[in-house]
Design a protein around this ligand. Structure first.
Ligand SMILES: NC(=O)c1ccc[n+]([C@@H]2O[C@H](COP(=O)([O-])OP(=O)(O)OC[C@H]3O[C@@H](n4cnc5c(N)ncnc54)[C@H](OP(=O)(O)O)[C@@H]3O)[C@@H](O)[C@H]2O)c1
Length: 307
């Protein structure tokens, strides 16, 4: 962690998880550009510190600092919470952006690894054909599915629970969960949509049921989503968790946002939007006016439906 960055007095403080690349890095850039002091976090110390250095150097924005955070690692989460408490005594904005695809990629998803022939092929495809291409280049196993839930749902929840007291220590604490239109599950619609009676324990039970069905090879027959199924189930659970938080914590603003189909490593750069376009959809929700909505799902800069 760097200590030389001096936050602007009275500036709002944001934490962005998975801030070293992709949409997360762009959200850091846009929030810092709006005068927010940004704690860019990353699981890899070297990659995260380098991203924060480069962001400061290319934008001249001094209010960006780095802190290590692996969202699946409880001691790492506790260290971040301790740092924020000592340094700022509060947190204004938490952007839960970090996630994985819950799949194995056929080759390194880095842009450079996609051949020019593949890039040319992709450029002539519409959204559905791009998604088909993406799926052909991925493989979902029990282990990748389990890791998908562990990171995308349980990791996000762990960070949120640990930082909740700091978000409650400010007037206008807000949580932005970077979700996906993939999380708008039709199959679990009724149960996940019944926010009045849904509990965090029931969400855990549903995820356990999903993993058992995945292991037994009964994902399709039991009505779970096909293709990127762990990613979809984890995002749907995160959406429901956001709504539970919004219900239980009216003092906070807790919202979800779909950044669009974006060209990042997660999609092997098959997306339709740039990181600037995806990041601005997330930053917009993080910077909504104080009286803005809570418990909402945003898509294309406007409120949309969870299901
Ligand atoms: N791209 C899209 O089309 C799209 C569409 C809908 C939703 N989203 C959502 O947008 C968000 C950002 O995705 P992206 O497309 O920008 O993907 P990305 O380029 O692959 O970035 C993912 C980020 O999450 C980090 N991460 C993964 N596991 C982590 C962990 N255990 N602890 C801390 N950080 C971790 C990665 O760190 P490393 O560099 O160390 O791996 C990386 O910084 C995700 O929530 C994703 O589900 C993306």
């Amino acid at each position: 962690m760097e200590s030389h960055v001096v936050p602007v007095a009275n500036a709002r403080v944001a934490v962005v998880t998975g801030g070293n690349k992709g949409i997360g890095l762009e959200v850091c850039r846009q929030l810092a550009g709006s005068g927010v002091t940004v704690v860019l976090t990353a699981r890899d110390e070297a990659r995260g510190a380098a991203a924060a250095d480069e962001l400061r150097a290319t934008t001249g924005l001094s209010g960006v600092l780095f802190h290590q955070l692996d969202i699946t690692d409880a001691p790492s989460v506790a260290r971040l919470a301790g740092f924020l408490k000592t340094r700022f005594g509060k947190l204004d904005i938490l952007v839960n952006n970090a996630a994985i695809g819950g799949v194995e990629y056929a080759h390194d998803p880095d842009y450079c690894s996609v051949t020019s022939t593949e890039k040319e092929k992709l450029s002539g495809m519409d959204r559905d054909r791009r998604l088909g291409w993406l799926w052909e280049n991925c493989r979902e196993t029990y282990d990748t599915a389990k890791e998908g839930l562990r990171t995308n749902y349980y990791g996000t929840k762990q960070v949120t629970q640990a930082l909740l007291p700091l978000l409650q220590a400010t007037d206008d604490g807000r949580i932005v969960n970077v979700s996906s239109d993939f999380g708008q599950l039709r199959e679990l619609k009724r149960e996940l949509n019944d926010i009045d009676s849904l509990t965090q324990e029931r969400l855990d039970e549903l995820l356990d049921m999903f993993l058992k069905d995945f292991e037994a090879g009964t994902v399709e027959t039991r009505g779970w989503p096909m293709y990127f199924s762990a990613y979809k189930v984890a995002k749907a659970a995160m959406n429901a968790y956001s709504r539970i938080l919004a219900r239980d914590h009216p003092e906070l603003r807790v919202n979800c946002v779909h950044p669009g189909y974006v060209k990042t490593d997660l999609t092997i750069h098959s997306g339709l939007l740039t990181v600037q376009e995806g990041g601005s959809r997330v930053a917009m929700v993080a910077l909504l006016p104080a009286s803005g909505p809570t418990g909402a799902f945003f898509e294309d800069f406007k409120e949309s439906s969870f299901v």
